[in-house]
Design a protein around this ligand. Structure first.
Ligand code: B1M
Length: 211
């Protein structure tokens, strides 16, 4: 759809107003919100990353693309999260210590909410202690961590070790994800579940609760 290719370009070019307007128009025309996210918004961010790697884009371009992505996503997120079902379980969610990337984490949160989970979103740069304290205080059944930098992935292992030391494991299950995270890494650090996308994160949350 031509107008939706323009949405991808608007995000890529950091044009938040156009991205918002095109998203509004697409939703009003009945386009499925998840199609918008998966076929136009996420590919725009992937292309942003590719240009960054080739030195065609620098941090300012990443920032304005992220701002446009968030503007578009803010319209879609409530639709993904809309649900009248009582909570399946409480999930403590966050991007790990040292890491400020939150777009993927926010999508995971919206999909979990949309599927009946209660999500306590701790935001970005979350220290391991905070994940553990919040899980204990709120009686969460799942700690869900996102990392986008190879340098911040080790904070996932530290958080799992702290959960173990605090006596909360194995009652609190751990889900991990984010672009550099692999199934192998997830298994090495002792995570219970892993997904490379937000829809899969919901399936994994259900699976680990049933295990
Ligand atoms: Co950054 N950045 N960034 N960045 N950035 C990456 C991650 C990078 C791959 C770009 C590149 O080089 N190609 C690279 C990391 C390299 C590496 O570690 N190997 C990188 C770098 C280097 C950096 C800085 C160091 C740059 C600098 O300052 N020199 C810096 C670090 C800051 C920090 O965090 N301390 C930095 C900063 C930034 C911005 C702030 C400018 C901005 C983030 C804005 C924001 O998030 N609010 C930014 C952006 C936008 C990106 C890219 C371009 C896009 C990320 C994104 O939003 N993708 C990214 C390149 C890329 O990923 N291709 C890049 C869209 C999003 C929907 O996907 O987050 O992968 P994603 O989430 C997916 C899945 O991964 C999964 O589901 C989501 C939906 O499908 N998922 C989970 C995510 N979490 C999950 C959790 C789960 C399950 C699934 O269970 C719990």
């Amino acid at each position: 759809m031509e107008s939706l290719d323009r949405l991808r370009d608007a995000i890529l070019n950091g044009d938040a107003d156009t991205a918002r307007t095109l998203t509004e128009q697409a939703l009003a025309a009945g386009v499925d919100p998840l199609t918008l996210v998966n076929q136009y918004m996420i590919p725009a961010m992937a292309e942003t990353g590719r240009r960054f790697e080739c030195n065609e884009f620098f941090v300012p371009e990443l920032l304005i693309a992220a701002r446009a992505m968030k503007a578009a996503l803010s319209l879609v997120r409530p639709l993904l999260a809309a649900s009248g079902v009582p909570p399946v379980a409480r999930v403590v969610l966050g991007t790990v210590r040292g890491d400020l990337h939150d777009i993927g984490k926010n999508l995971v949160g919206a999909m979990l909410e949309g599927n009946g989970f209660e999500v306590i979103d701790l935001g970005v740069n979350v220290p391991p202690e905070r994940f553990v304290e919040t899980a204990r205080e709120k009686g969460a059944k799942i700690v869900a961590m996102s990392a986008l930098l190879t340098t911040t992935m080790p904070a996932m292992r530290t958080t799992i070790e702290l959960l173990q030391a605090s006596g909360l494991r194995p009652a609190v299950k751990v889900l991990v994800g984010g672009a550099p995270v692999t199934p192998r890494f997830a298994s090495e650090i002792g995570a219970d579940g892993y997904s490379d996308n937000a829809v899969g994160a919901v399936a994994e949350a259900r699976r680990v609760l049933a295990a």
